[in-house]
Structure formats: structure tokens, C-alpha cells
Design a protein around this ligand. Structure first.
Ligand code: MTE
Ligand code: HPA
Ligand code: MOS
Length: 757
């Protein structure tokens, strides 16, 4: 039996549950290790007038204090533009911005000393919300706009129209393992960097630039993260940059592990969005014209806001054909943390807007939103070109939705809920179905490449190294399964090793859900080359054709001979056959014109849909998710157990974003919700008592690794259904039964306000 397509446990599950999985803070510290803490800005926007760090230097255990001036190389950790100082240089742009760093003998000493800095500021005007920044014309990059058809003309000709405003908040990644970097100086000006990062190669670059080093001097190693969720795609760089300068200046190992509050104050989050929209539609609810301005809260610097906004533009259609459409996207420069990647990367923010519009069309026309969605889906033969020009070839929603509506008993429950609501004045139920279509590939073409290195040892065991980063998503398990499948051996023979820039060079971030698509293909390529060499040897030794040699069940069959895989490998070594190989992959067929915002940015689309039912207490705003039914397309899944975990996790994380996770900044620009005491992520008891999750059967028509589909991010959008179920309940609680909730998250307060409005 092949090791692929099996619901096998995560390769580290036995370590995770026993507390034995090594995270960076678990690595035994080298002798002489110092600890670093960060002194942060208390102003949202100001010039630094004086920086008095004498008390910090005099504090017990302090070895060194560094500021921007101490950075020997470039003071920048921006992944695209160079507008992201590692340490503030003369001006601060948000409350929490790193201004100086203290290096001490112990972590406690460093943290205590960091509080002793005396900084005087000359305050400057601060912009704290995306709408404020938009009104001031403050952006981190130029606005982007995409128009197809004649939206103005179609809008004025439409039988019905709606317009409105909607705002959605950001979201803290809340990886369980916080940001951390541990750097050990090596001989001859080399550095070994342990960073909890989705992007080891970018961390290598940042360290090199900050210290004026060549890339061969710096190795970044990353065995696993305790979650990244996008928050460690670029922003692990702040911590690598600071720790690198500290390690270089002291010549000693330096560890930088900010605590949760500091992590949340320093790092960027999912972009909150503000929207202004207009839509025209016919009696069936078919959208004839849509116009939207999307204002993303970029924070103080560009970071990844450009590609995030681009993905928001490319997901505004979600699953629907928009013949006449105008989308403007603005990356508003605010004096807050620099917002960054978070699962979905702008896709959720784009798609949420059209889903809200569809829900409003349905209420206006007195129709079931399911029917309004149905008339708007991309067609199979026609009405199948996205606003950016890519053809939707395989819209699975035509099959997937009926299957889900049936398995979730949607129609009967819709009636039962109407009856329940008619008989209850305090408790109101809500129900919603939302679909997702999510484009897979990095929207920067050259990032869509990966490398791998496979070693077969003489005992028949296999070590695979690839450019991807394990963050709990099961990437190493899937890649090992692919290698085992390719060599016809059991998974227990294959081990995946830590991502390491000295093994596979020039890697892309593990992001955009492409980890297994890219690295799985690269590892498959490497394993295949070894298999071909082994087959050639077996053919020669046992007198058959190489093409007829079969690798399966840890055995090799060549002609009439069958031998254990390990025996053939041992023989191959004595025949001087190369038993290791590199592998490479680049996604074919991608194109993107960033000036016109058109092309084929995605290799394929992944689909899914969810039905959620909630009950809302209209006196307190408390609510419960009663039941969820998820049906998601992972192509021909490499590991159904891991994929179901990703689907459920994504759904719950999406629910958190749109319900309980509320980021609040006060009028001084301080993020007041910077700890789990005030920032509420979903917990296990927020999962619904009835939770049905299935994989949609099928295979990827695109030539992906084992015909699977990426599954990391798309299911986050399934969580929309909880928000729209709550919004349904809120409308059902209102005297006029109209929609009144135009903000997300649907906090208790927001829902009570909407009921009262
Ligand atoms: N799952 C876990 N357990 N932890 C994570 O940090 N990150 C998500 C998703 N699933 C994440 C996760 C994000 S943002 C992405 S882009 C993908 O995993 C990245 O991994 P993949 O490309 O291998 O799916
Ligand atoms: N997702 C995540 N990271 C990225 C992307 C994307 O689409 N494009 C560039 N960086
Ligand atoms: Mo995921 S937001 O692309 O790291």
C-alpha cells in the first residue's frame, strides 16, 4: 500500500502530545548565551528628541544596549520596500515600535532594564484608522484599480441597487509559540540562526544586510514553528535583525524571545478593511454591476500590503461572475503596527465584501441567499472569466453545494429555524451557507519555485530536506509521504529534517498555501531521480527493462526477482550509484501584469462551502454555534486526516476573526487588546457540538503533486458562514427583519447595537 493518501498522523504528533517536540526555546543554550529585550515607543507618531539610556546600561546584568546607530549595515527589514527600520531612527510611527534593545545575562534582567529607558518625544499628528488615512490621502503604496465592463452604465440601468459601507477588523495571528530568534556566532564571522520563521531565506537576507555579510556566512535553521499563520512570513525579521546585531557586537550567542504582550504590540496583524460599495441587480438577484473601494489598514509601512491588496482584488469575485465591476484598493498608511500576512492574505477581506453584498441583495428581494448565490456562480461554459481575466475552468461549486445542502439538511432546518424564531422573542436563531473559491499560487510569479534534497542511506532509510517550513500544517508529513510513495516504501523509513538555508538555498516563504504543492513536487522530483537510478541497476542485475521494475511495499520487483528495498540500496552503494538527489519545481503557466492587474495569477482554484447555525441571546449578545457542516475540496488528498484538521482549524480561525477577536486601539494609538485576557481567540469549547467535516471527492485537474490541492488557507473563508448566521439572527431579532450589522467582528456589543439600531 502506498504511503500517500493515507490518514496518517502528523510526523511530530507523538512529540507534540508528549511535550517533546523541540521549539527554539527548548534548544539547549550554548555557554555564554545572552538575552535580549526590546524598548518600545510609547507614541503613535513622534520625533525622538532625547534618548537617555544610562539607567538601562547601569541596570544589573546588562552587557550592551543598542540603538539604530549600532547597526553596522542597513537598518531595514522591509520584505519588499525599504521602509521598515529594525530600530527606530529619529522618528517613531506606532506605539510598540522597537526603539532600542538591551542585552543582559538573563531574560528577566533584560526585560527589567528595558523599562528604564527615558525617551522624550515631539509628538506629530497621527492617523489611527484606515478611513482617516484614506481621507488624508496617506498610503504606503500607490492605489490600485481594476475595471471590467461598464460598471457605471450597468449600475444606472439596473432594476435595483444598493449602496453602503462596511468595516472589518484585523486579526492577531496568535501563534502559540511566539516570535523568537536565537543566534550563535560561529568561526570566521559566520552565524547560525535559529528563527521561528516561515521564511528562513528572508531571515538570512535580513541578517546579512544588517551585518554587511555575504549569504554564505549565515545559516538559518528552522525545525518547526508552533504556528505562524502568516505572522512569521516577514515579521520574524525584526527579531532576527535585532538579535543579529546583538550577537555580532557581543560575540556571544543571543536569544530574543519577546513575551506575548510585546509580541502583540510590536508585530503586524491581518489588515482590517473599510469598504464603500454600490451594486446593481435584477429581480432574481443577479449582480449586473458592482463598484467597491477597499481601504486596507496597512499600518506604518508597506510590508506585504501590496500583494495582500492584490489578492483582495483577485478575491472580491469569490465564487461569482461579475460582468461589470470596478475595484479600487488603497493601502492606507496608519500609525499602527505594520499589518502583514494572515491566512488568506487579503483573500478573505476581498471575498467577505461580496458575500455581504449578496446577503443584502437577498434580504432586499425577500429571497433565500442560497438562491441569490446560485444565480451568480461562475458558469461552467460561459460567464466564467474573472475580473482579472483568468478563466474559471472547473467550478466545482455546481456539484459541491447541492451535496452540502443535502447532507446538512439545509431546507428543513431553514424552516425549523423560522418556526423557532416565530415562537421565541429573546433567543433568535440564524443560518447561513457560504462558498469559497480560492486561487492557489503566490501572486508574485517567481516565488512559485522550490527545491529539495533527498538522501537514501545504505540501510534503506531516507532523509528529506526541502525548502518549506513546518508550522503544524503537516507539510513535513505530506512531503515524506510523497517521497515514500515515489520510492514504494513505508513512511516509517522516511524522516524530514529541519529547513536549513545551507541545504536548500534561495527558498520562498512557506505561504500562499503552496507548501506541499511546491516542496512536494520538488521532493518527488528528487526521489524519482534516485528511483530511476535504482531501477536501472536492478534492470541490469536481474535482467529486465528498467521501466518494468516495480517499487512497492518496501520491496523491489525486477523480472522474476523480488528483493527488499534496503538490499537493493546496499547493492547500489557498492555499485557506486548516487543515492541522493536534489529536486526542483516551478509552477507552470502563471502570468501577471501588475500594471493592468490582469493575467493568470493562479495555477488552479480550491473550492469549499459551509453551513453554520447559531443561536443568539438578544438581551446579552451571547451566542452559540450549534452546528457546522463543512465540505471542502482538497483534490485527491495526500493525507485526509491532516486536511480535515486544516479545514476545521481554518473554519474556527475564520470564525474567531469575525466574531470574538477584536483589536482595539485607544485614542493615543495604543493597542489595548494585547494579551489573551482581552483578545479572545476561539477555544475548544467554542467548537460546535455537531461538527461534520468532509472532503469533496475528486482530483485536481491541474498536474499537482499526486493530484492534490492546497488546503492551508482556503478553509478560513468557511468561517464566514458563522458571521452571516449571526447577521441573520440579528436581522431576525429586528422589528423590520432588515440587516443592520455592518461591522465585523460581530462582538456582543456590535450585535446588540445592530438590534437596537
Ligand atoms: N496550520 C497550522 N497548524 N499552523 C499554521 O501556522 N498556517 C496557515 C496554514 N495552516 C498554519 C496552518 C497558513 S497562513 C498557510 S499559508 C499555510 O498553512 C502554509 O502551509 P502550506 O502551504 O504547507 O499549507
Ligand atoms: N500569499 C502569501 N504571501 C505572499 C503572496 C501570497 O499570495 N504573494 C506574495 N507573498
Ligand atoms: Mo499564509 S498568510 O500565506 O502565511
Amino acid at each position: 500500500m502506498s504511503a500517500a493518501r493515507q490518514p496518517l498522523p502528523h510526523e511530530s504528533a507523538h512529540l507534540h502530545v508528549a511535550g517533546e517536540a523541540t521549539y527554539i526555546d527548548d534548544i539547549p543554550e550554548s555557554r555564554g548565551t545572552l538575552h535580549c529585550a526590546i524598548g518600545m515607543s510609547t507614541e503613535a507618531h513622534a520625533l525622538i528628541q532625547t534618548l537617555d539610556l544610562d539607567a538601562v546600561r547601569a541596570a544589573p546584568g546588562v552587557v550592551l544596549v543598542i540603538t539604530a546607530e549600532d547597526i553596522p549595515g542597513v537598518n531595514d527589514c522591509g520584505p519588499i520596500l525599504h521602509d521598515d527600520p529594525i530600530l527606530a531612527d529619529g522618528e517613531v510611527h506606532y506605539v510598540g515600535q522597537p526603539v532600542f534593545a538591551v542585552i543582559a545575562e538573563s531574560r528577566e534582567q533584560a526585560r527589567a532594564a528595558a523599562r528604564l529607558g527615558k525617551i522624550s518625544y515631539k509628538p506629530l499628528p497621527a492617523l489611527l484608522t484606515p478611513r482617516q488615512a484614506h481621507a488624508a490621502g496617506a498610503y504606503v503604496i500607490d492605489p490600485m484599480s481594476l475595471t471590467r465592463g461598464e460598471p457605471d452604465k450597468a449600475l444606472s440601468a439596473a432594476p435595483h441597487s444598493l449602496s453602503g459601507q462596511f468595516d472589518v477588523g484585523g486579526q492577531e495571528q496568535f501563534y502559540l509559540e511566539g516570535q523568537i530568534c536565537y543566534i550563535i556566532p560561529k568561526e570566521d564571522d559566520g552565524f547560525h540562526v535559529y528563527s521561528s520563521t516561515q521564511h528562513p531565506t528572508e531571515m538570512q537576507h535580513v541578517v546579512c544586510h544588517a551585518l554587511n555579510l555575504s549569504q554564505h556566512q549565515v545559516t538559518v535553521e528552522m525545525r518547526r514553528m508552533g504556528g505562524g499563520f502568516g505572522g512569521k512570513e516577514s515579521q520574524s525579521a525584526i527579531f532576527c535583525g535585532i538579535a543579529a546585531v546583538a550577537a555580532a557586537k557581543t560575540g556571544r550567542p543571543v536569544k530574543l524571545r519577546p513575551d506575548r504582550d510585546d509580541d502583540m504590540l510590536i508585530t503586524g496583524k491581518r489588515h482590517g478593511f473599510a469598504y464603500d460599495y454600490e451594486v446593481g441587480f435584477d429581480d432574481e438577484g443577479r449582480i449586473l454591476a458592482a463598484k467597491i473601494d477597499m481601504i486596507a489598514n496597512a499600518g506604518f509601512s508597506a510590508d506585504l500590503s501590496g500583494p495582500v491588496a492584490t489578492r483582495a482584488i483577485c478575491h472580491f469575485d469569490n465564487a461569482y461572475y461579475l460582468e461589470n465591476v470596478a475595484i479600487n484598493a488603497y493601502c492606507a498608511r496608519t500609525n499602527t503596527q505594520s499589518n502583514t500576512a494572515f491566512r488568506g492574505f487579503g483573500g478573505p477581506q476581498g471575498a467577505l465584501a461580496i458575500e455581504l453584498i449578496i446577503e443584502d441583495i437577498a434580504r432586499t428581494l425577500g429571497k433565500d441567499p442560497v438562491d441569490v448565490r446560485a444565480v451568480n456562480y461562475y458558469g461552467k461554459q460561459d460567464r466564467n472569466v474573472t475580473p482579472y481575466g483568468q478563466v474559471v475552468k472547473d467550478n466545482l461549486l455546481h456539484e459541491l453545494l447541492p451535496e452540502l445542502l443535502d447532507s446538512s439538511d439545509y431546507s428543513a432546518r431553514r424552516k425549523a429555524i423560522a418556526d423557532f424564531n416565530a415562537g421565541n422573542s429573546v433567543l433568535k436563531k440564524g443560518l447561513a451557507v457560504t462558498p469559497v473559491k480560492f486561487g492557489i499560487s503566490f501572486n508574485v510569479k517567481h516565488f512559485n519555485q522550490a527545491g529539495a534534497l533527498v538522501h537514501v542511506y545504505t540501510d534503506g532509510s531516507v532523509l528529506v530536506n526541502h525548502g518549506g517550513a513546518e508550522m503544524g500544517q503537516g507539510l513535513n508529513t505530506k512531503v515524506a509521504q510523497v517521497v515514500a510513495h515515489e520510492l514504494g516504501i513505508s513512511l516509517s523509513r522516511v524522516r524530514a529534517s529541519a529547513a536549513d538555508t545551507s541545504k536548500v538555498a534561495n527558498t520562498s516563504a512557506t505561504a500562499a498555501s503552496t507548501g506541499s504543492d511546491l516542496n512536494g513536487k520538488a521532493a518527488e522530483d528528487a526521489a524519482r531521480q534516485i528511483r530511476v537510478r535504482l531501477a536501472e541497476l536492478a534492470a541490469e542485475l536481474y535482467d529486465c527493462k528498467a521501466a518494468d521494475v516495480v517499487f512497492a511495499d518496501d520491496k523491489v520487483t525486477a523480472g522474476s526477482t523480488q528483493i527488499p528495498f534496503s538490499e537493493l540500496v546496499a547493492t547500489a552503494y557498492t555499485h557506486r550509484v548516487q543515492l541522493w538527489s536534489d529536486g526542483f519545481y516551478k509552477t507552470p503557466g502563471l502570468s501577471w501584469d501588475k500594471d493592468t492587474l490582469t493575467g493568470n495569477p493562479f495555477y488552479y482554484f480550491a473550492y469549499g462551502a459551509a453551513v453554520s447555525e447559531v443561536v443568539l441571546d438578544t438581551l446579552t449578545g451571547e451566542w452559540k454555534l450549534l452546528r457546522a457542516d463543512l465540505l471542502h475540496d482538497a483534490g485527491n488528498s495526500i493525507n485526509p486526516a491532516i486536511d480535515i484538521g486544516q479545514i476545521e482549524g481554518g473554519y474556527i480561525q475564520g470564525m474567531g476573526w469575525l466574531t470574538t477577536e477584536e483589536l482595539c486601539w485607544n485614542d493615543k494609538g495604543l493597542l489595548t487588546t494585547h494579551a489573551p485576557s482581552t483578545y479572545k481567540i476561539p477555544a475548544s469549547n467554542d467548537c460546535p457540538p455537531v461538527f461534520n467535516t468532509s472532503l469533496f471527492k475528486g482530483e485536481n485537474p491541474a498536474d499537482t503533486v499526486l493530484k492534490s490541492k492546497a488546503v492551508g488557507e482556503p478553509p478560513l473563508l468557511l468561517g464566514f458562514s458563522v458571521y452571516f448566521a449571526l447577521r441573520d439572527a440579528v436581522a431576525n431579532a429586528r422589528a423590520d427583519n432588515s440587516h443592520a450589522l455592518y461591522v465585523a467582528p460581530a462582538s456582543c456589543e456590535a450585535m446588540l447595537n445592530a438590534i437596537a439600531k
